[in-house]
Structure formats: structure tokens, C-alpha cells
Design a protein around this ligand. Structure first.
Ligand code: SAH
Ligand code: F3S
Length: 478
């Protein structure tokens, strides 16, 4: 079972696309961590595209190397440090090369980065990307440059992201930035700042543009999409079918998703991440109402024990979480769930651990992202609680949670066998170039033989004949 938050193969992936032919400088941009970082990198590429930079896949060719970094666990930070050390020789050979760190590690470590990592010239936090052109001028003059100011209102709403290295079929659309929830273990509120929602008009515009450019699936993205709330002084543009919505002066997440579903009626819509504390049944009703909204909720819970949930400041109980799941199942036929779990949080007993396992059995998640607790400096947990679970106990409990999720995934995948599923063709299977891969509405990956006439971006009906632990095996129904 995968342990990373985003597709394992994408961690540290550099993206490149053909951009402005007149640009002469080269940017090597690598992203780590969550989907939000990958989405932010598209904004960064867009800003730098206007400054004469095209992206390259080779650090050796680059005039500027940027790593968009993650601080969520210690391991994520170590990965970035190791990657940076690989650029040392390059920097010696090319004294004019600029190396910069973006994202959460930049925000967390600030000037410390310039002190600790001699080869870093540039440190830019997630709300300061508009300042990149100025900061680069500083570095051209031979000085180090830093901007880690967090903003209360920056949403980059007007910046048209350059779509990096994707398949041309699926895209992320950021709707909120930051997080106000203050879960005690989490560094995000410190690295990404206060929560703010993006103007719905700019979201709709971006979705429509994506559809016009051939995209077939979007994921509405935020640390906590359910707390999306925009107060905005009324409509600015004509929405045609979403005309009802024009009357609204405040828009919540369920309403935003309905606006998107209406504005791009054939586009598949997903969203991530939901927070159980902020999620309401309105969202489930909208999911049920529109065929183009996928029947899948990533609903992190972190623990099945009330005692742990309280210490984590998740602001809901086990019973409330299970009630939310029950309502989703009742309102949205065939809905699927995935989880995030933190194993071995401060004070976790064997009983707490058993409660996590029993909650997983009760929900029957399709998939899970499971992590040992990693203490993050400056967080409420680091300040007030003791990271007291021995590493080997964390490891053993994590292995048990991963094994159970494996069992549940297999069972859920089996449940999809013997029926037809609508699958969006997203690419060629990694294992067999004669097969496509795509996902069904429930987010289960499906592979099937390619047939003449089929192409990337097609919606096809696939009859699922078998499964592995995490994949459906099928054939196209003509
Ligand atoms: N906004 C999302 C989560 C963002 S962080 C939410 O509402 O849950 C992504 C995941 O990383 C979290 O769900 C959590 O499972 C994990 N995580 C966060 N901080 C962690 C830490 N200190 N140690 C281990 N895992 C952590
Ligand atoms: Fe982190 Fe909790 Fe927000 S996990 S991102 S503080 S909802």
C-alpha cells in the first residue's frame, strides 16, 4: 500500500512543456508533497514564463532550479535536503545557476535555509510567488533573496496556470488556500497561513477554459474544501445555465460545486480534501444530483479513538464521523471513501489503535494514506505533548493498519467486479503498453485492452472482470 500523499511516482517529478518560443532561459522545477504544491508549481511556471523562462526536464541545462517543497513529515524534508545536495557540483560548475526553495519548507525555515544550505540563493513562501520576478533580480545581482510573507487574501485567482507535464485530460483547480483548523499535529496552518477562498467567477472561468482546451476531469483543490466560503459582492460575469446562482452574494462549497457542475456539464468533477468537521450533507445532495460529480470522498479521519481525536483537535467524535459516512452512503448511491491515518500520535494506547482498526472495518475504505506520526517543530502537539510512542511500536501498528487497508481495498475492488463502469482514459498502463488506464467514478484505477479508435480523454464503458488489491481489470463494452 502506498504511503505517500500523492501518487508515489510523482514525488520529485520535474515537469516540462513547450512554452514561449522567444524565451531563452531555462527553469527546472520539481514538486514534492501534496496536490496543492503541484498546482502551485503551475502558477510559478506561469509567472516565470512571462519572465523569459521555459521549463526543462534536465537540471544540467537549467539557469534556475526551483524545488517546491513539503514539510508535512520529517521524511519529506529529508528528501528535499538530499535532492538539494545533488545540485552542489552543478552549482560549482555553473556559478550563475540560481537555486531556490519554494513552498512549505521555505515558509517553515525562512532565513535558516540560507544559513544551513549554502547553495540556496532564493527562499519563497507559498503566498509570495508574485514577487518572484523581483526576487530573481536580486539574485542576479549576486544577493540572496527571500520572501516568506503570508497573505490573508492571495489566491492567485487571475493567474492562468501553465498546465505542467499532465496528460491533457485531468487538471487541478485551486479553490481555497491555507487552513484555519489547527489540528495539533499539523504544520500546514503555519506554512500556508490563514484560509481564504477564491472568487467563484474565476474558478468557473478556469473550468470552462479547461473544458475548451480538451480537459475532461477537474479536481477542486484545497486543504479543506468544505469550508470554502466566498462573500463577494455579486456576479461579475454571465453564467448562462448557472443563472440562478448569480443572485447569490455568498457561496459555500456545495453551491460552488453545483455552479461548476452546471457550467461544465460534461466535465468530471472531483474534490479534495474534505474535512469531516466542516463537511455538510448539502455536499452529498449535490453529489447525488449531478452525474458529472464523482461518487468519491477523500475523508481523512486520522484516528478511530475519541481520545486521540480530541488531542489532535479534529473537532469531531468517532460517532459524528460515522454518522457522516452513514449519511453519505444513504444520500449518494455507490459512494466510496478513502482515508488518511496518523499512527502512534502522542499517548496512543493499544486500545486507541484497536479503535482505529475497528473504524476502518466499519467504514470499509477503498483506499488509504497512512503515516507514522512525525513531530513537527512549532505545532501545538510539539509544544504541549510528548512524542512518546516508540518507533518500533509505531512501525508495528502502521503495518497492521496498512495490512487491514489492503484487505479492505481488495474487498471493495471485488465489489466492482461483474458490472459496467464509466472510465475516463487517462493514459497507457505502466505495465502494458497495449492497455489503457483510467478511473471509475469511485476513483478505483481500471486497466483494460486498447481497442482501435479509442484515445486519451475518451469516456468508455468498461465491464470489470477481475481485480487485484488496488486495480480493476476489465474490457471495453462497445
Ligand atoms: N487538510 C487535510 C490534510 C492535509 S495534510 C485534512 O483535512 O486532513 C495530509 C495528511 O498528512 C493528513 O491528513 C495527515 O494524515 C498527514 N499528516 C499531517 N501532519 C502529520 C504529521 N505531523 N505526522 C504524520 N502525518 C501527518
Ligand atoms: Fe492540517 Fe488539519 Fe488543516 S490536518 S491542513 S490543520 S484540517
Amino acid at each position: 500500500m502506498q504511503e505517500k500523499y500523492i501518487d508515489e511516482t510523482k514525488q520529485g517529478e520535474a515537469f516540462a512543456i513547450a512554452e514561449k518560443p522567444q524565451n531563452s532561459k531555462k527553469l527546472f522545477l520539481e514538486s514534492y508533497g501534496c496536490q496543492m504544491n503541484f498546482s502551485d508549481s503551475e502558477i510559478v511556471a506561469s509567472i516565470l514564463n512571462e519572465q523569459g523562462y521555459n521549463t526543462t526536464l534536465s537540471p544540467d541545462d537549467a539557469d534556475l532550479i526551483l524545488l517546491n517543497t513539503c514539510s508535512i513529515r520529517d521524511k519529506a524534508e529529508q528528501t528535499v535536503r538530499m535532492r538539494l545536495s545533488q545540485f552542489k557540483n552543478l552549482k560549482k560548475e555553473k556559478p550563475n545557476l540560481t537555486v531556490g526553495v519554494l513552498g512549505c519548507m521555505a515558509e517553515r525555515l525562512k532565513t535558516k535555509f540560507l544559513e544551513e544550505e549554502q547553495l540556496v540563493d532564493l527562499v519563497v513562501g507559498p503566498d509570495a510567488y508574485r514577487d518572484l520576478p523581483n526576487l530573481l533580480k536580486e539574485t542576479e545581482g549576486g544577493r540572496d533573496a527571500i520572501n516568506v510573507i503570508l497573505s490573508k487574501d492571495e489566491t492567485y485567482a487571475d493567474i492562468n496556470p501553465v498546465r505542467l507535464g499532465g496528460n491533457g485530460v485531468t487538471a487541478f483547480v485551486t479553490i481555497t488556500r491555507g487552513c484555519d483548523n489547527m489540528c495539533t499535529f499539523c504544520v500546514v496552518p503555519f506554512t500556508r497561513g490563514r484560509e481564504r477562498s477564491r472568487d467563484p467567477h474565476s474558478i468557473i472561468e478556469e473550468c470552462k477554459q479547461l473544458w475548451d482546451n480538451g480537459y475532461k476531469e477537474i479536481t477542486l483543490l484545497g486543504q479543506n474544501v468544505d469550508s470554502y466560503l466566498w462573500f463577494g459582492g455579486g456576479p461579475k460575469k454571465d453564467f448562462k445555465k448557472a443563472s440562478e446562482m448569480q443572485k447569490l452574494t455568498a457561496v459555500n462549497f456545495a453551491q460552488l460545486m453545483e455552479m461548476v457542475a452546471l457550467a461544465v456539464p460534461k466535465m468530471r468533477i472531483r474534490f479534495s480534501t474534505s474535512n469531516p468537521h466542516d463537511m455538510t450533507t448539502d455536499v452529498f445532495h449535490v453529489m447525488a444530483k449531478y452525474d458529472n460529480i464523482c461518487k468519491y470522498v477523500h475523508l481523512p479521519v486520522q484516528s478511530g479513538s475519541d481520545r486521540m481525536l480530541e488531542r489532535m483537535n479534529r473537532q469531531h467524535t468517532r460517532a459524528e464521523y460515522l454518522e457522516l459516512i452513514r449519511q453519505a452512503k444513504a444520500i449518494v448511491p455507490d459512494v466510496s471513501f478513502s482515508q488518511d491515518m496518523i499512527i502512534g500520535f502522542c499517548g496512543e494506547t493499544e486500545e486507541d489503535h484497536q479503535l482505529t482498526l475497528s473504524l476502518m472495518r466499519e467504514v470499509e475504505y477503498d483506499y488509504g494514506y497512512m503515516f507514522s506520526y512525525s513531530e513537527r517543530p512549532g505545532t501545538p502537539a510539539a509544544k504541549k505533548m510528548e512524542d512518546d510512542i516508540p518507533a518500533e511500536v509505531k512501525q508495528r501498528r502502521l503495518a497492521e493498519v496498512i495490512a487491514l487497508q489492503g484487505e479492505l481495498s481488495r474487498k471493495r475492488m471485488q465489489g466492482y467486479v461483474g458490472r459496467n463502469h464509466e472510465v475516463l482514459i487517462e493514459g497507457t498502463s505502466r505495465k502494458n503498453e497495449n492497455q489503457w488506464k483510467g478511473r471509475n467514478s469511485q476513483n478505483a484505477v481500471c486497466v483494460f485492452d486498447k481497442l482501435p479508435g479509442q484515445k486519451l480523454g475518451d469516456f468508455v464503458t468498461v465491464f470489470v472482470e477481475g481485480n487485484t488489491q488496488g486495480t480493476l481489470l476489465g474490457r471495453t463494452v462497445q
